[in-house]
Design a protein around this ligand. Structure first.
Ligand SMILES: C[S@@+](CC[C@H](N)C(=O)[O-])C[C@H]1O[C@@H](n2cnc3c(N)ncnc32)[C@H](O)[C@@H]1O
Length: 225
């Protein structure tokens, strides 16, 4: 790739999500990324031939500009839109410049939806975590995939904020029409400084992958017969 994301070096469970997408979705399927930032996940998906819907509310992440980097450096960053053009995948990506919690429904169902460490942002604390999760779930077609990696509590203040969650707590949102396929978690680890967090810092992360299975009553009938 000719361009790089500001988030390239941060830890991610995205390979686990991508493997599930490749296993379950047809080539050319549509994947939505909530909190797409400058395209760390959008670009590889588009380059692999998927159609991507990228939802992001931060104009700097989308359009680029000056950023403050670790080491008290300032640099010009290339935003998602220019990265898509430079990497020649712009025609495969629909960029939705909106707050996900305020956005109108897309009017279509996706084959998969993914978010990476987005819902713990303080602007999202005005709504319960359930609203973020339910909105993501509502985008997934029957048979489609839901994937989220998320921050778990580390500092004392995190324990009073439900958006710093755990795989066990998140699972409660996936009863009924969902099959949880995989949950993972890290121990505490040191993440190197990055844009927005200019010192090395401690994180704990979780992952939940689930499949939308809306015909659970049929499964139940089969099991019962
Ligand atoms: C930690 S960053 C993403 C880093 C990640 N490794 C990546 O590149 O996807 C999370 C992104 O989610 C976005 N975000 C958080 N809440 C959002 C919301 N309600 N609507 C749209 N974007 C949101 C933030 O603006 C930020 O760009």
């Amino acid at each position: 790739m000719r361009t790089r994301s500001l988030w390239d070096h941060t830890l991610t469970f995205f390979p686990q999500f991508l493997a599930a997408v490749e296993e379950q979705a047809a080539p050319g399927a549509t994947v939505a990324i909530i909190g797409a930032s400058d395209g760390k996940f959008v670009l590889p998906l588009a380059a692999a031939g998927y159609r991507v819907i990228a939802v992001e509310r931060d104009p700097l992440a989308l359009h680029g500009g000056e950023v403050h980097l670790p080491g008290d450096k300032r640099a010009h960053t290339t935003g998602l839109v220019d990265r898509l053009k430079l990497e020649a995948v712009y025609d495969r990506v629909q960029v939705v410049e909106e707050d996900f919690l305020q956005a109108e429904p897309l009017g279509m169902l996706c084959d998969a939806v993914w978010t990476s460490c987005s819902w713990h942002y303080s602007a999202n604390h005005r709504s319960p975590l359930a609203e973020f999760v339910t909105r993501m779930q509502a985008m997934v077609r029957p048979g489609g995939l839901f994937g989220a990696e998320f921050m778990m509590p580390v500092e004392q203040r995190h324990h009073g904020i439900e958006h710093y969650t755990s795989p066990e707590k998140l699972r409660r949102h996936f009863i009924g029409d969902w099959d949880v396929l995989l949950t993972l978690r890290t121990n505490e680890f040191t993440e190197r400084a990055h844009v927005g967090r200019l010192q090395d810092h401690t994180h704990r992360m979780g992952l939940l992958l689930a499949a939308h299975t809306p015909h659970s009553s049929c499964h139940q009938e089969k099991k019962d017969s």
